[in-house]
Design a protein around this ligand. Structure first.
Ligand code: CA
Length: 232
Protein backbone atom coordinates (compact mmCIF):
# COMPACT_ATOMS: atom_id res chain seq x y z
CA UNK A 1 0.00 0.00 0.00
CA UNK A 2 2.83 2.34 -0.78
CA UNK A 3 1.46 5.49 -2.38
CA UNK A 4 4.74 5.92 -4.27
CA UNK A 5 5.06 9.64 -3.62
CA UNK A 6 8.28 8.93 -1.82
CA UNK A 7 11.60 10.05 -3.15
CA UNK A 8 14.54 7.75 -2.62
CA UNK A 9 18.21 8.64 -2.77
CA UNK A 10 20.57 5.95 -4.02
CA UNK A 11 24.15 6.52 -2.89
CA UNK A 12 26.31 4.10 -4.83
CA UNK A 13 29.39 4.56 -7.00
CA UNK A 14 28.99 1.33 -8.98
CA UNK A 15 26.90 2.31 -12.00
CA UNK A 16 25.70 -1.23 -12.66
CA UNK A 17 24.26 -1.42 -9.16
CA UNK A 18 22.74 2.06 -9.01
CA UNK A 19 21.19 1.59 -12.45
CA UNK A 20 19.70 -1.71 -11.27
CA UNK A 21 18.27 -0.15 -8.10
CA UNK A 22 16.97 2.92 -9.93
CA UNK A 23 15.28 0.70 -12.51
CA UNK A 24 13.45 -1.30 -9.80
CA UNK A 25 12.39 1.81 -7.91
CA UNK A 26 11.06 3.54 -10.99
CA UNK A 27 9.10 0.43 -11.94
CA UNK A 28 7.52 0.55 -8.49
CA UNK A 29 6.62 4.18 -9.04
CA UNK A 30 9.20 5.87 -6.80
CA UNK A 31 11.09 8.98 -7.74
CA UNK A 32 14.80 8.66 -7.20
CA UNK A 33 18.08 10.48 -7.20
CA UNK A 34 21.49 8.92 -7.68
CA UNK A 35 24.62 10.11 -5.89
CA UNK A 36 27.99 8.55 -6.74
CA UNK A 37 29.90 9.85 -3.74
CA UNK A 38 29.29 10.99 -0.17
CA UNK A 39 29.83 14.60 -1.17
CA UNK A 40 27.33 14.21 -3.99
CA UNK A 41 24.85 12.62 -1.55
CA UNK A 42 25.14 15.53 0.89
CA UNK A 43 24.44 17.99 -1.92
CA UNK A 44 21.27 16.12 -2.89
CA UNK A 45 20.14 15.80 0.74
CA UNK A 46 20.51 19.55 1.24
CA UNK A 47 18.59 20.51 -1.89
CA UNK A 48 15.86 17.83 -2.19
CA UNK A 49 13.19 16.34 0.02
CA UNK A 50 14.38 12.74 0.41
CA UNK A 51 12.22 10.17 2.23
CA UNK A 52 14.59 7.22 2.31
CA UNK A 53 18.23 6.58 1.50
CA UNK A 54 19.88 3.46 0.10
CA UNK A 55 23.54 3.69 0.99
CA UNK A 56 26.56 1.78 -0.26
CA UNK A 57 29.20 1.44 2.47
CA UNK A 58 32.21 1.58 0.16
CA UNK A 59 32.21 5.04 -1.42
CA UNK A 60 35.16 6.67 -3.17
CA UNK A 61 35.42 9.71 -0.90
CA UNK A 62 34.06 8.75 2.51
CA UNK A 63 33.14 5.60 4.42
CA UNK A 64 29.39 4.91 4.42
CA UNK A 65 29.53 4.86 8.21
CA UNK A 66 30.51 8.53 8.21
CA UNK A 67 27.56 9.34 5.95
CA UNK A 68 25.18 7.66 8.40
CA UNK A 69 26.62 9.62 11.33
CA UNK A 70 26.37 12.93 9.47
CA UNK A 71 22.80 12.34 8.31
CA UNK A 72 21.72 11.23 11.78
CA UNK A 73 22.79 14.60 13.18
CA UNK A 74 19.74 16.17 11.59
CA UNK A 75 17.51 13.51 10.05
CA UNK A 76 15.61 10.38 11.08
CA UNK A 77 15.01 9.28 7.48
CA UNK A 78 15.16 5.50 6.98
CA UNK A 79 18.58 4.34 5.78
CA UNK A 80 19.13 0.95 4.15
CA UNK A 81 22.76 0.01 3.94
CA UNK A 82 23.93 -1.96 0.94
CA UNK A 83 27.26 -3.60 1.51
CA UNK A 84 29.56 -5.92 -0.37
CA UNK A 85 31.23 -6.76 2.88
CA UNK A 86 29.26 -9.63 4.23
CA UNK A 87 30.99 -9.54 7.58
CA UNK A 88 28.64 -9.26 10.50
CA UNK A 89 30.65 -6.60 12.28
CA UNK A 90 30.12 -4.14 9.43
CA UNK A 91 26.38 -4.67 9.53
CA UNK A 92 26.36 -4.22 13.29
CA UNK A 93 28.43 -1.01 13.14
CA UNK A 94 26.15 0.42 10.46
CA UNK A 95 23.02 -0.40 12.45
CA UNK A 96 24.55 0.96 15.65
CA UNK A 97 25.50 4.16 13.83
CA UNK A 98 21.82 4.61 12.98
CA UNK A 99 21.07 2.64 9.80
CA UNK A 100 17.66 0.95 9.82
CA UNK A 101 18.39 -2.15 7.80
CA UNK A 102 21.00 -3.72 5.55
CA UNK A 103 21.29 -5.80 2.41
CA UNK A 104 24.34 -7.75 1.38
CA UNK A 105 25.32 -7.70 -2.29
CA UNK A 106 24.19 -9.41 -4.40
CA UNK A 107 20.54 -8.99 -3.49
CA UNK A 108 17.31 -9.44 -5.46
CA UNK A 109 14.78 -6.81 -6.47
CA UNK A 110 12.21 -8.58 -4.29
CA UNK A 111 14.46 -8.40 -1.22
CA UNK A 112 15.14 -4.72 -1.74
CA UNK A 113 11.45 -3.90 -2.21
CA UNK A 114 10.46 -5.89 0.90
CA UNK A 115 12.88 -3.87 3.05
CA UNK A 116 11.75 -0.57 1.54
CA UNK A 117 8.08 -1.40 2.08
CA UNK A 118 8.63 -2.10 5.79
CA UNK A 119 10.45 1.17 6.36
CA UNK A 120 8.00 3.27 4.34
CA UNK A 121 5.02 1.72 6.09
CA UNK A 122 6.53 2.76 9.42
CA UNK A 123 7.15 6.22 8.10
CA UNK A 124 3.38 6.58 7.68
CA UNK A 125 2.57 4.87 10.98
CA UNK A 126 4.72 7.02 13.24
CA UNK A 127 1.99 9.62 13.68
CA UNK A 128 -0.80 7.07 14.04
CA UNK A 129 0.87 4.82 16.60
CA UNK A 130 0.97 7.40 19.39
CA UNK A 131 -2.84 7.46 19.31
CA UNK A 132 -2.96 3.67 19.07
CA UNK A 133 -2.10 1.98 22.39
CA UNK A 134 -2.58 -1.61 21.16
CA UNK A 135 -0.44 -3.07 18.37
CA UNK A 136 -0.62 -6.64 17.03
CA UNK A 137 1.66 -8.92 15.08
CA UNK A 138 -0.09 -12.16 14.20
CA UNK A 139 -1.78 -13.41 17.37
CA UNK A 140 0.52 -11.44 19.62
CA UNK A 141 -0.59 -8.00 20.90
CA UNK A 142 0.80 -5.41 23.22
CA UNK A 143 -1.09 -2.71 25.12
CA UNK A 144 1.35 0.12 25.82
CA UNK A 145 -1.04 1.97 28.11
CA UNK A 146 -1.77 -0.99 30.37
CA UNK A 147 1.67 -2.56 29.91
CA UNK A 148 0.04 -5.88 29.03
CA UNK A 149 0.74 -8.58 26.49
CA UNK A 150 -1.89 -10.78 24.86
CA UNK A 151 -1.53 -14.03 22.96
CA UNK A 152 -4.60 -15.26 21.04
CA UNK A 153 -6.66 -12.73 22.97
CA UNK A 154 -5.60 -14.08 26.38
CA UNK A 155 -3.46 -12.16 28.84
CA UNK A 156 0.10 -13.45 28.76
CA UNK A 157 2.07 -13.17 31.98
CA UNK A 158 5.49 -11.70 31.34
CA UNK A 159 8.12 -10.33 33.70
CA UNK A 160 8.88 -6.57 33.64
CA UNK A 161 12.13 -7.28 31.74
CA UNK A 162 10.33 -9.46 29.21
CA UNK A 163 7.74 -6.71 28.77
CA UNK A 164 10.45 -4.12 28.17
CA UNK A 165 12.12 -6.36 25.63
CA UNK A 166 8.89 -7.10 23.80
CA UNK A 167 7.80 -3.45 23.77
CA UNK A 168 11.18 -2.52 22.29
CA UNK A 169 10.49 -4.93 19.42
CA UNK A 170 6.94 -3.65 18.97
CA UNK A 171 8.24 -0.10 18.71
CA UNK A 172 10.55 -1.34 15.93
CA UNK A 173 8.44 -3.86 14.01
CA UNK A 174 10.25 -5.31 11.01
CA UNK A 175 13.53 -3.66 11.88
CA UNK A 176 16.64 -5.55 12.85
CA UNK A 177 17.89 -4.53 16.29
CA UNK A 178 21.49 -5.22 17.20
CA UNK A 179 22.33 -7.12 20.37
CA UNK A 180 24.28 -4.09 21.61
CA UNK A 181 21.31 -1.76 21.06
CA UNK A 182 18.90 -4.11 22.84
CA UNK A 183 21.25 -4.52 25.81
CA UNK A 184 21.60 -0.78 26.20
CA UNK A 185 17.84 -0.23 25.98
CA UNK A 186 16.94 -3.05 28.37
CA UNK A 187 19.71 -3.09 30.96
CA UNK A 188 21.28 0.34 30.58
CA UNK A 189 24.80 1.23 29.56
CA UNK A 190 26.70 -0.67 32.27
CA UNK A 191 25.44 -4.05 31.10
CA UNK A 192 26.30 -3.44 27.46
CA UNK A 193 28.32 -6.60 27.04
CA UNK A 194 26.21 -9.17 28.87
CA UNK A 195 24.98 -11.03 25.80
CA UNK A 196 24.46 -14.13 27.94
CA UNK A 197 21.76 -12.34 29.94
CA UNK A 198 19.99 -11.27 26.77
CA UNK A 199 20.10 -14.77 25.35
CA UNK A 200 18.53 -16.14 28.53
CA UNK A 201 15.88 -13.41 28.53
CA UNK A 202 15.11 -14.07 24.87
CA UNK A 203 14.82 -17.82 25.47
CA UNK A 204 12.33 -17.21 28.29
CA UNK A 205 10.27 -14.83 26.19
CA UNK A 206 10.25 -17.19 23.23
CA UNK A 207 8.97 -20.04 25.41
CA UNK A 208 5.99 -17.81 26.20
CA UNK A 209 5.21 -16.30 22.80
CA UNK A 210 6.43 -18.76 20.19
CA UNK A 211 4.33 -21.79 19.20
CA UNK A 212 7.62 -23.61 18.50
CA UNK A 213 10.43 -21.80 20.40
CA UNK A 214 13.15 -23.58 18.41
CA UNK A 215 11.64 -22.27 15.17
CA UNK A 216 10.49 -18.75 16.05
CA UNK A 217 7.84 -17.07 13.92
CA UNK A 218 7.68 -13.77 15.80
CA UNK A 219 11.16 -12.78 16.89
CA UNK A 220 13.73 -13.99 14.39
CA UNK A 221 17.45 -14.30 15.05
CA UNK A 222 19.68 -12.39 12.64
CA UNK A 223 22.82 -14.45 13.04
CA UNK A 224 25.79 -12.45 14.29
CA UNK A 225 23.77 -9.22 14.30
CA UNK A 226 20.72 -9.32 16.54
CA UNK A 227 16.98 -9.91 16.33
CA UNK A 228 13.97 -8.78 14.31
CA UNK A 229 10.24 -8.84 15.09
CA UNK A 230 8.50 -9.94 11.89
CA UNK A 231 6.26 -7.46 10.09
CA UNK A 232 3.05 -9.21 9.09
CA1 CA B 1 31.05 0.99 -3.78
Amino acid sequence: MINQNETILIVEDDSQIHNFIAYILKQEGFSCFIAKSAQNAMAVLLSQKIDLMILDMGLPDLDGMEVIRKVREWSEMPIIVVSARDQDKDKVSALDAGADDYLTKPFSAAELMARIRVLIRHLHQTVKSSAQPVISVGELSIDFEKRQVFLKGETLHVTPLEYNLLSLFFRNIGKVLTTQFILKEIYGIGYGTDTQALRALMAGLRRKIEPVPARPRYILTEIGVGYRLVDE
